[in-house]
Design a protein around this ligand. Structure first.
Ligand SMILES: [Zn+2]
Length: 221
């Protein structure tokens, strides 16, 4: 199952019931915290005022690791607050990686998508191509990416049956994000930048490329 955060990435505050507590960890009846997965780091924020240090997926559940043992009991109603600055950064970064991939599609042959990693300072996108990539390609990649951003292209997401996704050769599969997903799910989540890129992805995204802002390709390796 995909995180609710991916479906409604604009929610920053929610209430939920505590369903399990163990030491510093809490599970909730529902959560809009994004668990670390597929290259996107976990959300920051608080649950009932206690700092959330890590959010992780475990056996299909989302586990919130708190800084200190909370004074809570199963059945309590709590308020979760998601750090807006960091989430917006992740949404922009995730969307930027798709936009860059779309640009790479127009530049390179036999393009493969190995996933990506968002850190607080930069994003690493793993692409593979049979073409030799030189400095001029990198400049062009950056130019095309920023052009697509300024085009203000709508970004949308939806779930489709796995078979439909697998039959569409235009869909990029992020091997990290989709790890295990194809085998134990009947649906796959697609993120589409209108007229530019379509990828299977469970992360959080902006709804228009203009929200990404300027992208600089720092280096290649
Ligand atoms: Zn994504």
């Amino acid at each position: 199952m995909y995180p609710q955060a991916a479906e409604k990435p604009d929610i920053r505050e929610f209430t939920a019931e505590v369903t399990a507590i163990e030491d510093n960890t809490v599970q909730l009846s529902e959560t809009y915290f994004y668990p670390a997965s597929g290259g996107q780091p976990a959300d920051r924020g608080t649950i009932s005022g206690v700092t959330v240090e890590m959010v992780a997926k475990s056996d299909g559940s989302i586990i919130h690791h708190l800084r200190s043992e909370p004074e809570l009991a199963v059945g309590d109603t709590v308020t979760g607050r998601i750090d807006d600055t960091f989430r917006v950064y992740c949404m922009r970064a995730h969307s930027a990686s798709h936009t860059l991939y779309g640009a790479a599609r127009t530049l390179f042959n036999e393009l493969g998508y190995g996933g990506f990693e968002i850190t607080p300072e930069k994003i690493r996108v793993d692409l593979s191509t049979e073409d030799a990539v030189d400095a001029a390609d990198v400049v062009e990649l950056e130019r095309l990416t920023n052009q697509a951003i300024w085009d203000s292209r709508p970004v949308s997401w939806r779930e489709v049956p796995v078979s439909e996704a697998q039959n569409n050769e235009n869909i990029a599969f992020n091997t990290q994000t989709e790890e295990g997903v194809m085998t134990d799910q009947s649906a796959v989540r697609l993120v589409e930048i209108k007229g530019w890129d379509i990828a299977a992805c469970g992360g959080t995204h902006v709804s228009n490329t203009i929200e990404i802002g300027p992208v600089t390709v720092l280096n290649r390796s």
